[in-house]
Design a protein. Structure first.
Length: 394
């Protein structure tokens, strides 16, 4: 039976699982660095390679799925993610990590926009797609470091077992996708025609406000993922890898729970509320560092998660609901490009600035930057709400 929603669950799963696989290595880089004798500059470069391959493939993958169908692009993304997981499984030196992250970045780039558009089309008017896409992205990002840290700390083969589990999930998810999921975008032409990405004029203002919101909240997410684990370990004077993954999980689990609780909140309310909360969270972590207050780090982590979950769900709902069907994959992929620019900003910016002004000085500069971005977007959102509420406003 050709059920209109057939495959919705498996598309949500593969979107989540590719995020799990991409984030399993997060707590393991310190182990790799010790084993293969490289420093923070190499770790920063490994992060940069992921983003460098992800963004171009996002731009290609969205248009490709609009023209050739969602399933082929999602399957290609799963294949590249599988290559990345296998490279981690067989890694024999730092060069393997660069290859693995490049493949993971390209796979996530192809899959993210296409899968999110596929979810929206499979779901139809039921309105679950923004929540599922947000939970898959945030939840997968949360589970990955926790899985990697727990299995590395307590399981056999600490640098391989988690990747083996990722491989099984990718293969299984791919097979079910191919066999069960309904294609929602018929092939428009035999040849792929790439054009410069464009956001339709009618949705540009709200797209950029939603994109700016997502940039800010995912930038803060990356900030916590990069710095909070190592800082908590320093406060506790332990080297437990499960702790490193657990701090990231705490933030993103808070985000996922918040999304479930606030899914009925209007995006025009959710985005401003989330932006205010993430600015408060960054301020809290800055106060916690000189005070050596572990409780403040943990509270700030939860506040950041609540803000991230609220604002990201609002921005995702805004983009998926306003994107025209003919270019939905392209628009959603462009939205993910904005997100990953936000993810890359703190990892690269703080890493480079720390060499000049020290880690805490770099954190201060970053806090000022993200506060300016968040407050600027917040002003735009509030101005738009006022204009829409004004009788006769366009």
């Amino acid at each position: 039976m050709n059920h209109p929603h057939r495959g919705f669950g498996v598309v949500g799963f593969v979107l989540a699982w590719i995020m799990v696989g991409a984030n399993v290595p997060a707590p393991l880089y310190a182990v790799y660095a010790t084993r293969w004798h490289f420093g923070t500059a190499t770790i920063t470069a490994i992060f940069a390679v992921y983003v460098a391959f992800l963004i171009p493939t996002l731009l290609v993958g969205g248009q490709w799925s609009d023209q050739r169908g969602r399933k082929p692009v999602i399957a290609a993304g799963l294949g590249l993610a599988l290559v990345g997981a296998l490279a981690f499984l067989g890694a024999q030196g730092a060069a393997w990590l660069f290859v693995a992250r490049a493949a993971q970045g390209a796979g996530a780039g192809l899959l993210s926009g296409a899968a999110t558009a596929h979810l929206a089309e499979l779901d139809g008017p039921r309105g679950r797609a923004p929540l599922v896409a947000s939970l898959a992205t945030g939840g997968g990002t949360a589970v990955g470091p926790l899985l990697g840290g727990l299995l590395a700390q307590y399981g056999p083969e600490p640098l391989r077992l988690a990747y083996l589990i990722v491989v099984v999930g990718l293969v299984g998810g791919g097979l079910v996708l191919v066999l069960r999921a309904r294609e929602t975008r018929p092939r428009a032409s035999e040849a792929f025609h790439w054009t410069r990405p464009r956001i339709p004029a009618g949705i540009r203002p709200i797209f950029w406000l939603a994109g700016g919101t997502a940039f800010a909240v995912w930038s803060v997410t990356a900030f916590f993922m990069s710095l909070a684990p190592s800082y908590v370990i320093g406060l506790l004077h332990v080297s437990n890898l499960a702790v490193a993954g657990g701090v990231v999980f705490l933030m993103l689990a808070s985000a996922s729970i918040t999304q479930l609780l606030t899914r009925a909140m209007a995006p025009t309310v959710a985005m401003p509320v989330g932006l205010v909360l993430i600015v408060m969270a960054v301020g809290g972590i800055l106060l916690a560092v000189p005070a050596h207050a572990l409780w403040m780090v943990l509270v700030s982590t939860v506040v950041a998660g609540i803000g991230q979950g609220t604002a990201f769900l609002g921005s995702m709902a805004t983009v998926t609901r306003t994107a025209p069907p003919a270019v939905k994959g392209q628009v959603v992929s462009s939205f993910y490009v904005v997100i990953y620019c936000g993810v890359g900003a703190p990892v690269l910016g703080i890493g480079l600035a720390a060499q000049q002004v020290g880690l805490y000085g770099a954190m201060l500069y970053y806090a000022v930057f993200i506060a300016i971005v968040a407050l600027t977007v917040l002003g735009g959102l509030l101005a738009r709400r006022r204009s829409v509420a004004t009788p006769g406003a366009p």
